[in-house]
Design a protein around this ligand. Structure first.
Ligand code: MG
Length: 424
């Protein structure tokens, strides 16, 4: 440390001579919310006119922090570096903060990392999936979300999704009060309680098997059904729910318990009859690796930008391949189309792939991000264009500024009927 403060600090310089003189000239975050959800993308420009890359750095709940980190801390380290030195640059950014990891720093890192892969693809004239060793499948099968205020509404939505060729459907049904995760509730369901719009765990545990009994009976035997608990149960409650859901043959049960209880995932996994999918809250590559190496997951779900981007994700993919764990990357509305393209590049290049969470982006998102992937008959096909094949129209992006305090205000309302806070 003393060395740093004793002398004049030189500008960041390349640690070895450049082969061709190419260098990074500018690094900046772009925040846009064409669907209301703040998306953060990092753009890395180079000394070659027209050669730039885009990377997903989307952490919707703390997007200001990520943008500041990119601009104030990460960008100064990259100017002058060769964009092909991805491993060295990402290790340098990761190690440089001394206290490492966490979703803010990792999303900033991911924005840079994925932008460098985009540049590498554009330089090579190849889609990123070819740089990763080429495809092992033509496309990634996806699942979509069917949610409703009632079981009837949820099943109707599931039928609409299945009619588009999608064979994997996540079903969630609303609850009194707050609703379950991903499905609307009925307000004022607990009059006389401190928090009439609360979420009652016992009601959820009683009605979720009913939802799946109806789903299996009415949607048929072939559809793959999935469910996201969203980390609201104790270990015993989760085991009880998993056992009651056994007859309905879930493709996976997602996030049954909170992050703080992950040490008990092997116990839960042992007792649960269906695959357990966990990982979207992992905020470091080391945490994600421990989930796999300690036998905590059947299917690893990562918010790829939250663990630092494509470069660390590739290493976890290799670990999954070697240990028989599947992959199912997190990708609802709070992953940018650039991040979604990176997910698909991983999906089509690994035998560990299990399923891809999908999202049908609105028209405004397609306008902001030309090249946004759209499902076709239940699959996401990667672009053949060099890099990710996804661009960003900054004029269109500027027309969709993020709302202020959206998540902060909503999270404060997520409570049980007695007023106690609940995981949003
Ligand atoms: Mg989830």
């Amino acid at each position: 440390m003393n060395q740093l403060f004793d002398g004049v600090i030189p500008e960041t310089q390349a640690p070895w001579p450049s082969r061709d003189g190419l260098r990074i000239t500018r690094v900046r975050p772009i925040v846009t919310a064409p669907e209301g959800v703040p998306l953060v993308v990092v753009r890395v420009d180079t000394s070659e006119p027209g050669l730039y890359g885009l990377g997903c750095a989307t952490f919707t709940q703390r997007f200001h922090s990520v943008a500041e980190t990119v601009e104030k801390h990460v960008a100064p380290m990259l100017i002058g570096r060769h964009p092909a030195d991805i491993e060295d640059i990402t290790r340098m950014v990761h190690l440089s903060s001394y206290w490492r990891g966490g979703p803010v720093l990792n999303n900033a890192l991911s924005g840079v990392d994925q932008a460098l892969w985009d540049i590498a693809g554009k330089r090579a004239g190849m889609p990123v999936y070819e740089l990763l060793g080429g495809r092992v499948r033509a496309a990634a099968a996806l699942y979509l979300h069917a949610s409703g205020a009632s079981i009837e509404e949820t099943l109707e939505r599931a039928r609409q999704i299945m009619a588009t060729g999608v064979t994997h459907v996540r079903v969630q049904v609303g609850q009194p009060g707050l609703g379950s995760y991903g499905a609307p509730g009925v307000g004022g369901a607990y009059p006389g309680h401190p928090h009439p719009d609360g979420w009652d765990v016992q009601h959820y545990l009683r009605t979720t098997p009913e939802l799946f009994a109806r789903a299996r009976a009415e949607l048929g035997e072939e559809v793959r059904l999935l469910h996201d608990v969203h980390h609201r149960l104790t270990v015993k409650q989760a085991i009880g729910l998993a056992r009651r859901l056994e007859p309905f043959r879930l493709f996976f049960l997602e996030d049954p318990i909170p992050l703080e209880l992950y040490d008990r995932l092997p116990e839960l996994r042992e007792a649960a009859p269906m695959p357990i999918a966990v990982g979207e809250q992992a905020g470091s590559v080391a945490d994600a690796a421990r989930l796999v190496s300690r036998g905590g997951v059947d299917i690893l779900r990562l918010h790829v930008s939250a663990i630092g981007g494509l470069t660390p994700a590739r290493k976890l993919v290799a670990l999954c391949e070697l240990t028989g764990v599947g992959t199912a990357w997190h990708a609802p509305a709070d992953v940018s189309p650039v991040g979604a393209a990176a997910n698909v590049a991983l999906d089509v290049t690994t035998p560990a792939f299990a399923i891809q969470e999908g999202h049908v982006y609105n028209d405004a998102t397609h306008e902001v991000f030309p090249g946004t992937l759209a499902p076709r008959d239940g699959y996401l096909y990667p672009h053949d264009a060099p890099g990710w094949g996804v661009d960003l129209d900054e004029t269109a992006a500027a027309e969709h500024p993020p709302a202020t305090h959206l998540f902060e205000r909503w999270a404060a309302t997520v409570r049980r009927p007695d007023g106690g806070i609940e995981a949003p």
